[in-house]
Design a protein. Structure first.
Length: 268
C-alpha cells in the first residue's frame, strides 16, 4: 500500500475498524515509514484530546427549530432541487487539507448535520437560527482548539493555535489559554504562533494590556521582537513605558534593544 492509501485508513486504524489482514499491512508500513508513523501519532493525540472534551448538548430552542425545519421539509414541493450537491460543496470548502485536523472537523460537521437534518434550508428560516448554529459551531471549534493547545506535543499545540484562525468570536477561556501559551510555553515557535493569533484578537477587552505585560516576561529575542511589532502595528501607545523598560534592561539582548529604540519612535 502507498502512503496515500495508508493515510486514508489511519482513522479507521486508530478506531480499530480495519480487518486483521489489513491491520497487519498498515502496521508493517508504519514500521518502515516515518512520515505515516508521525501522522498516526498526531491522529492519536487529536483523538485522545477529543475524548476529553465535555459532551455538548443542543439547546431546547435549537431542537425546536430543527423539528420545525423537519416538518417544513416533509411538505417541500416535489419540483425543488435536492440540496445534497450544495451540501457536498459546502463541506468540501470547509474540509482541512491536513489529515490530523480532519477528525476534529468531522466532529463539528456531524453536529451540524444532526441539527439541520442533512438540509441547508436553515437559510430560509431567518438570521436568528443561523446565528444559533454559528454560535454552537464556534463553541465546538474553540473546545477543539483548547484541547490541542493543551497537548504535550509542540506540533499539536501549534495546530491548536492555527485552528483559532477559523474562530471569529473567541470566548474568554480560549483567549486565556492563548495568553498562557504566549507567556509560558517552552517552545519558541509555539509562542511566536500565539503572538500572531493574538494579533487578530487585539481588539478584545484586556488583550492589549495582557500583551504589554507579556513583554517583560519574555526571554526569547524572537518573541520580544514579535511582540514589539504587534504593539506598534496596533498603535498601542500605552506600551511606551514597557518598551522603555525593555530598552533599559541590562539582561535584554542588544539587538532587541536597538530594534525597540527604532520602533518606539513610531508610537511617540
Amino acid at each position: 500500500m502507498t502512503c496515500e492509501n495508508i493515510q486514508e485508513r489511519i482513522i479507521d486504524y486508530v478506531l480499530g475498524a480495519v480487518e486483521a489482514a489489513e491491520k497487519r499491512t498498515v502496521k508493517d508500513h508504519l514500521a518502515e515509514c516515518e512520515t505515516c508513523r508521525l501522522q498516526l501519532e498526531r491522529m492519536e493525540i487529536v483523538w485522545r484530546g477529543l475524548n476529553r472534551l465535555p459532551e455538548s448538548e443542543p439547546s431546547p430552542a435549537l431542537r425546536s427549530r430543527f423539528y420545525a425545519m423537519l416538518e417544513s421539509e416533509k411538505h417541500r414541493e416535489p419540483h425543488k432541487i435536492p440540496l445534497s450537491g450544495r451540501i457536498e460543496g459546502f463541506i468540501a470548502s470547509l474540509w482541512p487539507k491536513r489529515p490530523a485536523l480532519q477528525l476534529a472537523y468531522a466532529l463539528v460537521l456531524l453536529i451540524v448535520g444532526l441539527f439541520i437534518g442533512g438540509r441547508v434550508q436553515v437559510w430560509e428560516h431567518g438570521n436568528g437560527e443561523m446565528a444559533a448554529l454559528r454560535q454552537e459551531i464556534s463553541e465546538m471549534r474553540q473546545m477543539v482548539s483548547v484541547s490541542l493547545m493543551n497537548q504535550t506535543s509542540s506540533g499539536e499545540r501549534l495546530r491548536g493555535i492555527q485552528y483559532t484562525e477559523q474562530i471569529k468570536h473567541p470566548t474568554g477561556p480560549l483567549l486565556q489559554v492563548l495568553l498562557g501559551t504566549l507567556n509560558s510555553d517552552p517552545n519558541v515557535n509555539v509562542r511566536l504562533a500565539a503572538v500572531d493569533a493574538l494579533f487578530a484578537f487585539s481588539d478584545r477587552p484586556g488583550i492589549r494590556e495582557a500583551l504589554i505585560a507579556s513583554l517583560s516576561q519574555q526571554t526569547s529575542p524572537l518573541v520580544q521582537i514579535s511582540l514589539i511589532d504587534l504593539l506598534v502595528e496596533i498603535r498601542e501607545r500605552r506600551s511606551l513605558e514597557a518598551l522603555r523598560d525593555l530598552i533599559g534592561n541590562q539582561q535584554v539582548d542588544p539587538t532587541v534593544k536597538e530594534y525597540a529604540e527604532k520602533r518606539i519612535n513610531e508610537l511617540i
